[in-house]
Design a binder for this molecule. Structure first.
Ligand code: NAD
Length: 481
């Protein structure tokens, strides 16, 4: 069985411990490869390599850095099918989705930041005849990048690409639950001739490898995407060390559907925003608020359409909902469905584990689940479930919809469905979230600021915001005459 390796100082290497963890294919519930059980020794080696590479890399002309990133993007595009299959096996997501979304986006991340850095400029502030200020933006140093399992290569590269383009070197840790495409990426970096030490990938557990990165005294910034509890823990370590921190955390996103929406478009998109990637996208809408006059019609159609959404083996072309990522995650999701019942919810469809046949019998499948009859402030409606589970709730007025939407600790994304232009602006303005989609979902322009408010995070990724994070501004004031 394949043993994944760390990528340190340009080489694919074993972990210092020589120990490995099991890597499970969630569609079959069985071990299919092994992942390094790395620790602080590997992080130290990675840091040393990144630190040695920093001076040369940060002084490499941005055009040359961009060429390396473009080369990596081309290699990802060349290996699209191989990477998509690896992502689908590792994560349980439909192969079709990995081919259409995850891997193309990973290539797009490299392409976007390769070209982006060529257009990134700093400011100058003239004090008329007295002085001129100009601001340098210098790469901060060795960046720590830690990513989750739900969009493995997509989110891993969303951090690495801007960090490298900005001139930082990187010690990165992918999720131990989905390490495979990060490993394949390290092979592509070797093939692209990326100078050694510029990118280092250390595999292993969060409380060992992740912790060692976050608490490393000479890693001055950490870009983290993952759960809110982990983010809080990371902040508690990094903040007293005065590290720069970017935290992209959990969500409990509302979809607000007004009766005047474009109904067919809304229905079609709402099924995707509920169940795409088994509901394991931080941007999925998990609380669906529907204006009362539309509620019964929506409920009937939404349930009927959802029942047609085929749950199946990830590599089957017909599958719309694959396996959730792990046994423990499946158990967590099922426990929330139980909680919803205890809280008085009615399961309109789904609500159970689905057992497939043959080799997939032990896989972690959950039927797409719709729940109604719950108060907006119960735990099911306040806590992140991160699976194929949504609740639907009626509302009577715009003000009531907003107050329900804004009632959670989270504030990542939201969707508003209305054909009323004034209302669209008004509601978008008042939602507590970093992202509002009006009459669409997951339409992404990589130049836009991406991130959340409240317990959904601190800071923004995307566009030049990412370069601002990976660089430090230094103002230089020159007095004239
Ligand atoms: P997680 O917090 O368990 O793990 C994320 C990463 O952090 C993994 O690489 C993990 O190994 C590492 N980690 C765990 N403990 C650590 C520690 N003590 N120190 C340092 N690193 C540690 O999250 P997950 O279960 O992998 O991902 C799901 C969560 O991610 C959900 O809450 C989801 O909403 C969130 N998410 C947010 C965004 C966003 O952009 N806001 C995007 C995707 C996922």
């Amino acid at each position: 069985m394949q043993h994944i390796k760390n990528y340190i100082d340009g080489a694919l290497v074993e972990p210092a411990s020589k120990k490995y963890l099991e890597n499970i294919d969630p569609s079959r519930g069985s071990v299919y490869s092994y992942i390094p059980d790395s620790d602080e020794r590997d992080v130290e080696q990675a840091y040393t390599a990144a630190q040695s590479a920093f001076e040369a890399w940060s002084q490499t002309p941005k055009e040359t850095r961009a060429q390396y990133l473009t080369k990596i993007a081309h290699l990802i595009e060349r290996d699209l099918n191989k990477l998509a299959l690896a992502e689908s096996i590792d994560n349980g997501k439909p192969l079709k989705l990995a081919k259409m979304v995850d891997i193309p986006r990973a290539a797009a991340n490299f392409n976007f930041y390769a070209t982006g850095i060529l257009h990134y400029a700093s400011h100058a502030h003239s004090m008329e005849h007295t002085a001129i200020n100009y601001t340098l933006r210098q790469p901060v140093g060795v960046a720590g990048c830690i990513s989750p399992w739900n969009l493995p290569l997509y989110l891993f590269t969303w951090k690495i690409a801007p960090a490298l383009a900005a001139g930082c070197t990187v010690v990165a840790k992918p999720s131990e639950v989905t390490p495979m495409t990060a490993y394949l990426l390290s092979e592509l970096c070797v093939e692209a001739g990326l100078p050694k030490g510029v990118l280092n990938i250390v595999h292993g557990l969060g409380n060992k490898v992740g912790n060692a990165i976050v608490s490393h005294p000479h890693i001055p910034l950490v870009s983290f995407t993952g759960g809110t509890a982990t983010g809080k823990h990371i902040a508690s370590i990094a903040a007293p060390m005065f590290k720069k921190l970017s935290l992209e955390l959990g969500g409990k996103n509302p979809n607000i559907i007004f009766a005047d929406c474009d109904y067919e478009k809304m229905l079609h998109t709402t099924i995707h925003s509920s169940f795409q990637n088994q509901g394991q996208i931080c941007l999925c809408g998990s609380r669906i608020l529907v204006e009362r006059s539309l509620y019964e019609k929506f409920k009937t159609d939404f349930v009927a359409q959802t029942k047609k959404f085929m749950v199946g083996a990830p590599q089957d072309e017909k599958t719309r909902v694959g396996a959730v990522v792990s046994k423990s995650h499946m158990e967590k999701i099922l426990s929330y469905i139980d909680l919803a019942k205890q809280e008085g919810g009615t399961i309109l469809c789904g609500g159970k584990r689905k057992i497939l046949e043959g080799e997939y019998q032990e896989g972690y499948y959950i039927e797409p689940t719709i729940i109604e009859g719950l108060p907006y402030n119960c735990r099911t409606n306040q806590e992140e479930i991160f699976g194929p589970v949504v609740t639907i709730m009626p509302f009577d007025t715009e003000a009531q919809a907003l107050s329900m939407a804004n009632s959670t600790n989270y504030g990542l994304a939201s969707v508003v469905w209305t054909e009323n232009l004034s209302r669209a602006h008004r509601v978008a303005h008042s939602i507590h979230a970093g992202i509002v989609w009006v009459n669409c979902w997951l339409l992404r322009d990589l130049r836009t600021p991406f991130g959340g408010v409240k317990a959904s995070g601190v800071g923004r990724e995307g566009g030049f915001e990412a370069f601002d994070f990976f660089t430090e501004p230094k103002n230089i004031c020159i007095k004239m005459g």
